[in-house]
Design a protein around this ligand. Structure first.
Ligand code: GLA
Length: 414
């Protein structure tokens, strides 16, 4: 069994030391932004729907030092990639080659913050950044959103903003824009939003249309429940193209439904009910019908899950109902939305069959990545043994378990 956890204090110290060794002086501060795990509400955020993510105790850290060299320039060193790059703030261009693609998140955020008029990059000056990812890269736990949010916090701080004065919703929107325009994935707002605004021991219910949100306490500690991510170890190369394809299909489905129901042209799937969809079967091609059914039923599941959490999962029937919503979400992602893979399905199935598991499903964009599991504390060890080992036996893949906790959104550590 691989139980991976992070000793934040130790990692921070190491990062500061490594910064000093690399750049020849100590950093001024460290910007930290967490990754996320989504409990339920998958592929609903670019449809104006509801999501229920948790900011997790694995973060992206950027050690930062302001320097007075020349005109505005950022010099970046990534510890994960052991690579350096730099760019001018008055002429932000994409990374010159693929091996430096990680820097596009930083470049894109700097560009989006100016374009949106949130930050005058002249006030940022020049700086050195050392990046360190504690969020496993490419595992579906939003390492990229965490990097974006940490970058934005670093840039605001360099420009003299107090962390409490930063408009975090606007910050999240700029980070999403960086991902959409600079990186080229049509992602919704969920990951950046929860990375910027997450709250300890709670999930955030986000209405991705109005951007209203509410912290939903999980109470897992009192209930002796654990939030566990299992990384399927499937590399997901299909991710970007398939993600953008789903985005397009949802748009098309919403467009056809709007026409049918005489609603404004810019309606989103969020604007329709499952009953309306069922009444409109004939006007949607079967594939679009399936995609829309996932999104609409998933929105309902999020609201049902929140109602259960609001009342508390202490009642056994509530706990069971909550788990069953997670399991239904997976079935819908697998069958209607088709973003799972056979290996991820196996991982989820093995988890769901385990008696200590309340619910299990694919989390994040899909095509590999992580599953989210709610597991009874006393069953944790046998979960690791049975699920991870059986997965290895059947697939030859080494799944990794991460014990997660809900933490607060991004912050500046002095
Ligand atoms: C990725 C995107 C999010 C969201 C999920 C699927 O994580 O970044 O915006 O769409 O996929 O729910």
């Amino acid at each position: 069994m691989t139980l991976t956890d992070v000793e934040e204090g130790k990692e921070l110290l190491e990062l500061r030391q490594s910064f000093t060794a690399h750049f020849g002086a100590a950093p001024d501060f460290v910007a930290r932004a967490p990754g996320r795990i989504n409990l339920i509400g998958e592929h609903t955020d670019y449809n104006g729907g509801f999501v229920l993510p948790v900011a997790i105790n694995r973060a992206m850290l950027i050690a930062v030092r302001a320097v007075t060299l020349g005109k505005g320039q950022l010099e970046l060193f990534s510890r994960n990639y052991n690579a350096t790059t730099s760019f001018d703030l008055d002429k932000i261009e994409p990374a010159p080659y693929e091996a430096l693609a990680w820097s596009n998140y930083v470049r894109g955020v700097a560009a989006a913050l100016t374009e949106k008029g949130l930050l005058d990059l002249k006030q940022v000056g020049s700086a050195q950044f050392m990046l360190e990812g504690q969020v496993p890269l490419g595992a579906g736990l939003s390492s990229s959103a965490a990097l974006e949010v940490a970058t934005a916090l670093a840039l605001f701080t360099l420009a003299g903003f107090e962390p409490s004065k930063i408009d975090r919703v606007a910050l999240a929107l700029a980070c999403q824009r960086a991902e959409n325009d600079f990186v080229g994935v049509k992602t919704g707002i969920m990951d950046q939003f929860v990375s910027a605004l997450g709250q300890p021991d709670a999930a955030l219910l986000i209405d991705t249309r109005s951007l209203e949100y509410r912290a939903i306490p999980l109470g897992f500690r009192d209930l002796r429940l654990k939030l566990v991510a299992v990384d399927s170890a499937i590399p997901h190369s299909l991710k970007t193209s398939a993600y953008n394809e789903r985005y397009g299909q949802c748009k098309e489905a919403a467009h056809l439904l709007a026409k049918h129901f005489n609603l404004p042209e810019n309606s989103q799937l969020r604007d329709f009910t499952v009953a309306q969809l069922e009444a409109a079967t004939a006007i949607l091609p079967p594939l679009l019908f399936q995609r829309a059914r996932h999104v609409l039923t998933e929105n309902e599941r999020v609201l049902q899950a929140v109602a259960l959490l609001d009342e508390g999962l202490g009642k056994p029937t509530h706990l069971q109902a909550f788990g069953s919503l997670l399991n239904q979400s997976h079935a819908s992602l697998r069958d209607d939305y088709e973003v799972s893979t056979p290996d991820v399905d196996l991982l989820v199935e093995l988890a769901q069959q385990h008696p200590g598991v309340i619910g299990s499903r694919l989390t994040g964009g899909g095509f590999g990545g992580c599953t989210v599991n709610v597991v009874a504390e006393e069953a944790l060890e046998s979960f690791g043994l049975k699920v991870v080992e059986e997965y290895r036996r059947r697939t030859g893949l080494e799944a990794k378990m991460y014990l997660l906790e809900g933490v607060e959104g991004g912050s500046i550590l002095r």
